[in-house]
Design a protein around this ligand. Structure first.
Ligand code: HEC
Ligand code: HEC
Length: 150
């Protein structure tokens, strides 16, 4: 093989395909408990350690109480861990990130969004995926579905 071709192949394998669609595996418990306050965040966007940490802190869930009975909590934890992403999700201190929006991957993917844009009244928070990704509730983050509200 010639050198440029080898280099090209190496690059292709080194870069994981950037997924933009995350089909939601079926889980009645997850849908009932985790989609009333916000969209169904794709389980694929945090790793297993992050989901475990998040599910261990439900009474203090980002300023709200999202606790539930223990059987449900365990079932949803299993569901999230089983469908979690393989890319490590760590926060700035190297701990399992509790937010998709604080992972290095997220910051990189959104580096073209200006700090002031996140503050707009129609957006308010990077956690508000559906403000810009119009098909986020269906797990579709493709570029064609993005509309940044003014
Ligand atoms: C009582 C309302 C409520 C329920 C129920 C709830 N959440 Fe949340 N969740 C929130 C709030 C509020 C935030 C913070 C939103 C913000 O920062 O704008 C949040 C944020 C999150 C985030 C971080 C989003 C990001 O990347 O910034 C994840 C992940 C998450 N929730 C997962 C879950 C899961 C899993 C469940 C079910 C076990 C759940 N939530 C149930 C209210 C809730
Ligand atoms: C302020 C609007 C905005 C918000 C809110 C937002 N995004 Fe994005 N997102 C963008 C833009 C702009 C891009 C870059 C599009 C590009 O260059 O292809 C992007 C890219 C992405 C991509 C890559 C898509 C691709 O084509 O490869 C994913 C996945 C994604 N965002 C997920 C999320 C998730 C999950 C949330 C919520 C936790 C979120 N985004 C919140 C605007 C936003």
């Amino acid at each position: 093989m010639n050198k440029p071709l080898v280099a090209l192949l190496l690059t292709a394998f080194a870069l994981p395909a950037l997924a933009d669609r995350f089909p939601l595996p079926k889980s009645a418990a997850f849908e009932e408990e985790c989609t009333s306050c916000h969209i169904a965040y794709p389980p694929q966007l945090l790793d297993a350690a992050s989901w475990r940490a998040l599910m261990n802190g439900l009474p203090k869930h980002f300023g709200t109480d999202a606790s539930m009975d223990e059987a449900r909590r365990r079932a949803i934890t299993d569901f999230l861990v089983k469908n979690s992403g393989r890319r490590a999700s760590r926060d700035a201190n190297g701990k399992p990130a509790l937010r998709i929006s604080e992972t290095a991957w997220f910051r990189h993917e959104h580096d073209e969004v200006a700090p002031a844009t996140w503050q707009r009244a129609a957006i308010k928070s990077p956690a508000n995926c559906a403000a810009c990704h119009t098909q986020a509730a269906a797990g579709d983050y493709r570029e064609r579905g993005i509309r940044i509200p003014k």
